[in-house]
Design a protein around this ligand. Structure first.
Ligand SMILES: O=C(O)CCC(=O)C(=O)O
Ligand SMILES: [Fe+2]
Length: 204
C-alpha cells in the first residue's frame, strides 16, 4: 500500500489557480476500506435525497445522510435536513480525516450512488451555513469513480479518479472559483459511498 501511495504527493495542488485540492490516494488497506464500505452501507440511515428543482419537490435515486456534533439544520438543494449524532464508524473516519488533513470538522454529508447511472451535477459547496473557506475532506469507498473540477470563469477542467479508501481535501478559495461534479458513467455497475466532512459555522 505504501508503494502505491508514494505515487501521490498530498502536498501537490491539483488546481492550477484560485483554490487548493490535495489528493492523498488510498489512506488505508483494501481490507479496511472494504470493511468501512460494508459498515457504512448497513449502519447509515440512508434516505433518498430530496431537492426543489424549478419549484417542484423531487426525490433522487442517490441516497444521502447527514451527521454532526449537534442536530444542525442544513439546507441543501433548498431542503432542510437535521444532523444525526455520529456513529462509532463515522467518528473513527472523522478522526482519520482530521489527522491526515490537519483540519477539524463538525459534520458530514454522506452520499450513496448505487451504480454509475447516479452522479452529482456541477456545483460548489459554498452554502452560507458552512465556514467560509473551510476545508472539506472527502473519503470514498466502493466503486472507483471519476471526479472533476471546472473553473467558474475560464471553464478549465481538472479530473481524477477517486479510489476506494482514498482521501481528497478541497480548501482555501476552491468553492468560490471552482465547480465540482461526479459524472454519471456506463462503466460502473457497483455502489460507491462518499463522505464529505465539513464545518458548519455556528455563528451563522
Ligand atoms: O461523491 C462525491 O465524491 C462528491 C459529493 C459532493 O460533491 C457533495 O456531497 O457535495
Ligand atoms: Fe460537493
Amino acid at each position: 500500500m505504501d508503494l502505491f501511495n508514494d505515487l501521490y504527493d498530498c502536498t501537490e495542488n491539483l488546481l492550477p489557480k484560485e483554490g487548493i485540492v490535495n489528493y492523498f490516494g488510498q489512506i488505508m488497506t483494501h481490507e479496511e476500506a472494504n470493511q468501512y464500505y460494508k459498515l457504512l452501507l448497513n449502519e447509515i440511515d440512508w434516505k433518498n435525497d430530496q431537492a426543489v428543482i424549478f419549484g417542484k419537490l423531487i426525490e433522487t435515486k442517490r441516497k444521502i445522510a447527514w451527521y454532526g456534533d449537534i442536530p444542525f439544520a442544513y439546507t441543501y438543494s433548498k431542503v432542510t435536513k437535521t444532523a444525526l449524532p455520529w456513529t462509532k464508524t463515522l467518528m473513527q473516519l472523522k478522526q482519520l480525516a482530521e489527522l491526515k488533513t490537519g483540519e477539524t470538522y463538525n459534520s458530514c454529508l454522506l452520499n450513496l450512488y448505487h451504480d454509475g447511472s447516479e452522479g452529482m451535477a456541477w456545483h460548489s459547496d459554498g452554502e452560507k451555513q458552512l465556514k467560509r473557506h473551510g476545508a472539506i475532506a472527502s473519503l470514498s469507498f466502493g466503486a472507483e469513480r471519476k471526479f472533476a473540477f471546472k473553473h467558474k470563469q475560464t471553464k478549465e477542467v481538472v479530473a481524477l479518479n477517486l479510489a476506494s479508501g482514498s482521501l481528497l481535501v478541497m480548501k482555501g478559495t476552491t468553492q468560490d472559483n471552482w465547480l465540482h461534479r461526479l459524472p454519471p458513467t456506463k462503466k460502473v455497475g457497483n455502489p460507491r459511498v462518499n463522505l464529505t466532512f465539513r464545518t458548519i459555522d455556528l455563528d451563522q
